[in-house]
Design a protein around this ligand. Structure first.
Ligand SMILES: [Zn+2]
Ligand SMILES: [Zn+2]
Length: 254
């Protein structure tokens, strides 16, 4: 069985299609998926999926790529996270690629999420793009190791992975590891310890080979697992087993 540690099934790409998506998950032995919140206004739709379908779980948080949105504070995040289907805080983090200029608000928002995760006793789902040094610095300054979590859709170098691992974090790989151009990322993926490895789709984005360019969905996480098995020199069953065990332990899904 596989688990997709990061997807956005509330996005419009999946409207009216959720039954097909769940059927293909089942056919491909993907028995759990974590639905990720990106804004507070869309959070109720994310939670509704997790309340309705037993194989779906949810997070609460505000993504760094949304400058003009309802800004969360620590107590609000902690209150929203106090729900049996909410298993993490995020996605949160830093993104200096999509947005430029003075991004102090992004760093402040990230700090708020780390404090909320610590207070809620739930792990963090961290997004980082073109901002790895500041991401690690803020995680250290705010004591993110007390919450733990995952560096999702990881595309950074080995020193960044090592720093996140040293803070007790997991590293999640997406369909990017199947892309021809991603040789250096595959080298990083080969080095992540078994007990810290996760897989994800980041659906509807980043469909893996052989579905590249299509709408991604949790069933395709299998292809990420297959590529990681090649890279790490083990069977796909072994990758499925260990990434699902890590997913269940990190997000307390039993
Ligand atoms: Zn992300
Ligand atoms: Zn995401």
């Amino acid at each position: 069985m596989f688990a997709d540690s990061h997807c956005h099934l509330d996005f419009p790409e999946f409207a009216e299609r959720i039954d097909d998506v769940l059927r293909r998950m089942h056919e491909n032995r993907v028995d759990a998926a974590l639905c990720i919140s990106v804004t507070l206004s869309e959070f109720p739709a994310v939670l509704a999926l997790a309340e309705r379908y037993p194989q779906l779980w949810a997070t609460v948080g505000v993504h760094p790529d949304y400058p003009e949105t309802d800004e969360p504070d620590v107590s609000r995040l902690v209150a929203l996270a106090d729900h049996p289907r909410i298993r993490a805080i995020g996605e949160t983090g830093l993104d200096y690629y999509r947005l430029t200029g003075d991004l102090e608000w992004q760093r402040e928002r990230f700090r708020v999420h780390i404090r909320a995760a610590r207070r809620a006793g739930k792990p963090l789902v961290v997004h980082t793009r073109a901002a790895s040094a500041d991401t690690i610095r803020l995680m250290r300054e705010e004591g993110a190791d007390a919450a733990g979590g995952v560096m999702h859709c990881f595309t950074e170098d080995w020193p960044t992975a090592r720093a996140a691992l040293d803070l007790g974090f997991h590293i999640s790989f997406s369909g990017i590891v199947t892309f021809k151009s991603a040789q250096s990322l595959r080298e990083v993926a080969a080095r992540v310890p078994d007990d810290r490895l996760l897989i994800e789709t980041d659906s509807p984005y980043l469909a893996p080979v052989p579905h590249r360019g299509k709408t991604n969905e949790p069933a395709f996480v299998r292809h990420v697992g297959e590529r990681l098995a090649e890279v790490r020199g083990c069977s796909v069953e072994r990758i499925a087993e260990l990434t699902t065990a890590n997913f269940r332990r990190l997000f307390s899904i039993h």
